[in-house]
Design a binder for this molecule. Structure first.
Ligand SMILES: *[C@@H]1O[C@H](CO)[C@@H](O)[C@H](O)[C@H]1NC(C)=O
Ligand SMILES: *[C@@H]1O[C@H](CO)[C@@H](O)[C@H](O)[C@H]1NC(C)=O
Ligand SMILES: *[C@@H]1O[C@H](CO)[C@@H](O)[C@H](O)[C@H]1NC(C)=O
Ligand SMILES: *[C@@H]1O[C@H](CO)[C@@H](O)[C@H](O)[C@H]1NC(C)=O
Length: 224
């Protein structure tokens, strides 16, 4: 593909910054490409009632912050509180010269890094497990597929956590938008489990200081 002259200085700049031994298949942007916006955020689910999710976009991550992603289990706690979910559609529009790749880190040479981190607070008694899973899928502007990831905490555990999810599955291509961006769907599920008949309890949800449960998903910007 011919490279427009206006892009050459940017490419040369990226190339010079990389160590000489690095082989580059596709250059990544180190900053948020010009005119990139998070155009819309639509969500619903038991863990995200209206007005409780906020978002931000940087050169390396999409961050979602939840006020009421909070699950509980234990004597007297309704079963409906054992699980919380949220489905979020995020429309990201970028310049036609760029596309975004979910789960990649642009700080290296485009090496795949851990896709997602979650931060919050928990109290899990012995025997209680908590699983958080995140699915990613392009709904519009689809270049490549789907992927998902999860993590499980095993009680007894309590306090603040900052946890990386397992590496995203979904193959080498992962989730990639078309040039110019697209709509990314994020499907989150938080589930607490306790042994039958055990009178143990647990909860997992927002951080104490910020009152937010935070999900930070790596994004990288790849030249088209
Ligand atoms: C960014 O958006 C503005 C306003 O729509 C437009 O005039 C400008 O050409 C865009 N810049 C690039 C590099 O696409
Ligand atoms: C978590 O991820 C592993 C590995 O991809 C998968 O086998 C497992 O089914 C997932 N579990 C949940 C609860 O999503
Ligand atoms: C919690 O996780 C452990 C280890 O995987 C498993 O043995 C146990 O059955 C799980 N407990 C529940 C209640 O799911
Ligand atoms: C759970 O408790 C119920 C009622 O107390 C009892 O009938 C049942 O056998 C118990 N199940 C187990 C696995 O202990």
């Amino acid at each position: 593909m011919p490279v427009p002259f206006s892009l050459l200085p940017i490419l040369i700049c990226i190339l010079t910054l990389l160590p000489p031994t690095t082989v580059i298949a596709q250059p990544f942007s180190r900053s948020l490409p010009i005119n990139t916006t998070l155009k819309s955020l639509v969500y619903s689910g038991s863990g995200c009632s209206p007005g409780t999710v906020s978002s931000s976009l940087t050169s390396s991550a999409l961050t979602l912050s939840f006020d009421n992603m909070y699950a509980q289990i234990g004597p007297g706690v309704p079963v409906s509180q054992n699980r919380k979910n949220c489905q979020i559609n995020v429309e990201i529009v970028t310049d036609a010269l760029w596309r975004f790749v979910v789960g990649w880190d642009a700080s290296g040479a485009g090496e795949r890094e851990m896709g997602t981190r979650i931060m919050g607070n928990m109290m899990l008694e012995e025997g209680v497990n908590a699983t958080f899973s995140a699915g990613y899928e392009m709904l519009a502007g689809v270049e490549a597929g789907k992927s998902s990831s999860n993590t499980t905490f095993h009680g007894p555990l309590s306090g603040a956590f900052d946890q990386k999810l397992l590496a995203l599955d979904g193959g080498e291509d992962g989730v990639v938008s078309k040039c110019g961006g697209g709509i990314l769907r994020v499907t989150d599920q938080l589930r607490l489990m306790a042994p039958r008949n055990a009178s143990v309890s647990g909860s997992l949800g927002p951080q104490e200081g910020s009152a937010k449960f935070v999900q930070e998903t790596r994004l990288a910007w790849r030249a088209c």
